[in-house]
Structures are given as C-alpha cells and as structure tokens.
Design a protein around this ligand. Structure first.
Ligand code: NAD
Length: 259
C-alpha cells in the first residue's frame, strides 16, 4: 500500500517523548521526512536517530515553541534540509495544577505561553513558509478534551486549549485560500509522562477515569498518532475541525463524580 506521507516534510514540536514521539514515528513510517523537535538538541537527535534506525528519515532540531526566533530557525533548518515544509504538528504542551484562587500568575503565563501562544507562533512561522511555497499544507494543533470541558485545578490549561480550538477554526478559514488545512486533535486521557505527573496531584484516581470513559480505558499514543495521520492527510475535505479522541467521554451523559 502507498505510504500516506511519501515525500512530505513534517515538523512535530515536543516530539522527544509522549504523543509527539508517537506521531513522529508514525509519520516516518508513512514516508515523511520528519523533523523531531525538543528544547534539547541532544534529545531531538537521539529520537531522530532511533527513527532512522527503524528505516525512516529524520533530523533532530532544538527549538522552544515560545520563542519566535527559535521557531523561525526551526523552519529555516527544515527547508534547508528537506527543501520545503508540508506539515506542522503543534504538539508541545505543559500543564500545572493548582486551585484557581491560588494560581501563581507566572505559572499561569507559562502554561498559556507554551500551550496557546506557542501554538500560534508555530502556526505563524509554518503558515508563512507554506504560503511562500504556494503548495498548500497541513497544520495540526494539539488540543485536549479539556479544551471543551472544565476540570478543577487546570484553569490555564483548559483556557489555553479552548483558545487553541478557536484559533484552529480561525486559521482554517483565513488560510483556506492557500489550501492550508488547519485542524485540532483533542485527546482524552492518554497514558504518557504528563499524565503520570498530573495524576499524582489530581483528586481522582485512574479507576475514576476508566469508569467515566465509555471505552473503559486510557487511550494510547499509537491511537493518537493514527488520528494525527488522518487529520494531516489533506485528502478528506476536513479543515477547521476539532477531533475529540476521548473514548466516548464527551458523548457520555452520566455524571462524573467530583470532576
Ligand atoms: P509530554 O509532557 O510527554 O510531552 C510534551 C512535550 O512538549 C515534551 O517533550 C516537552 O519537553 C515538550 N515541550 C514543553 N514545552 C516546550 C517548549 N516550550 N518548546 C518545545 N517543546 C516543549 O506530554 P504528552 O502527554 O505527550 O502531550 C502532548 C500534547 O498532547 C500536549 O499538547 C498535551 O497538552 C496534549 N494532551 C495530552 C493528553 C494526555 O492525556 N497525555 C491529553 C490531552 C492533550
């Protein structure tokens, strides 16, 4: 079967671990030239090497998504290495848990800076390049189930991801004339390092999450990579969409305990 991203070049931010790593590996399996990004050049190169060892094509490039100069350099290196840019996944994200009345404003700003402003910066630098190349493109923004729902202790995260959803719709409308498809993926609870850290500070257990999820389990990184592949495909008339991959959480009408 033909590889779905053959000959295309894709940047995946924050792809040295977790969902981003899974997306980078999956895109490479589908024939993409993958740019693995991390704030550490060493980590980015390590993951790129692993992808190359598995038969893919990848380079590792350090960049901080909150810094426009560093993101411009990431796009520049991508174009110098592979000749263009077709796909950007704004995957990098952080979360901090605290009660809203206690939330430290610096921590609030950090979450908004990475999750919302960092996503906009990524869209902006990639969008400029795609418009310049004139061949269209695909941008996928990583949202969250919590972009459409409230969850205690996560005010900047929920606010940022809700912002990501409407930023996605806005850019999809604005850049349709350039054939740039802009979509968002909103995962439910996926087991990665971020979940590990936040779960230990949360007031609900893993079993509470399973009980509240109709599929009765956490999602996997591989499942998120499959959704990402569909959303960057540009063969499906889908743009401006927020795809909830949450095991049925949003569809479920029953209560959710103290959440
Ligand atoms: P993760 O913490 O394992 O990965 C996030 C990555 O982003 C890390 O590699 C981190 O170093 C990187 N990163 C953070 N700040 C950065 C910055 N300023 N510049 C560049 N890279 C930066 O988390 P994950 O679970 O793989 O999450 C990936 C994305 O999916 C995030 O946007 C997250 O909000 C979203 N998400 C995750 C879940 C889940 O259950 N795991 C659910 C919904 C949404």
């Amino acid at each position: 079967m033909a590889e779905k991203l053959s000959g295309q070049t894709a940047i995946v931010t924050g792809s040295s671990r977790g969902i981003g790593n899974g997306i980078a590996e999956r895109f490479a399996e589908e024939g993409a030239n993958v740019v693995v990004n991390s704030r550490s050049q060493e980590r980015a190169e390590e993951v790129a090497k692993a992808i190359e060892s598995a038969g893919g094509t990848a380079v590792g490039v350090e960049a901080d998504v909150t810094d426009p100069n560093s993101m411009e350099a990431l796009v520049r290196t991508t174009v110098e290495t592979f000749g263009g840019l077709d796909v950007l996944v704004n995957n990098a994200g952080v979360t901090t848990l605290d009660r809203a009345e206690e939330f430290d404003l610096e921590e609030w700003r950090t979450v908004v800076d990475v999750d919302l402003t960092g996503t906009f910066i990524g869209c902006q630098v990639a969008g400029r390049q795609m418009i310049k190349e004139g061949g269209g493109g695909a941008i996928l923004n990583m949202s969250s189930l919590m972009g459409g729902r409230g969850l205690q202790m996560r005010s900047p995260y929920c606010a940022s991801k809700a912002g990501v959803n409407n930023l996605t719709r806005t850019l999809a409308v604005e850049w349709a004339e350039h054939d740039i498809h802009v979509n968002a993926l909103a995962p439910g609870f996926i087991w990665t390092e971020i979940t590990d850290q936040t779960q230990s500070a949360a007031s609900y257990t893993d079993d509470d999450i399973r009980d509240r999820t109709p599929l009765n389990r956490f999602g996997t990184v591989e499942e998120m990579a499959e959704c990402a592949l569909f959303l960057v495909g540009r063969d499906n008339f889908v743009t401006g969409e927020v795809l909830y991959a949450d095991g049925g959480w949003q569809a479920y009408g029953w209560g959710c305990g103290d959440q």
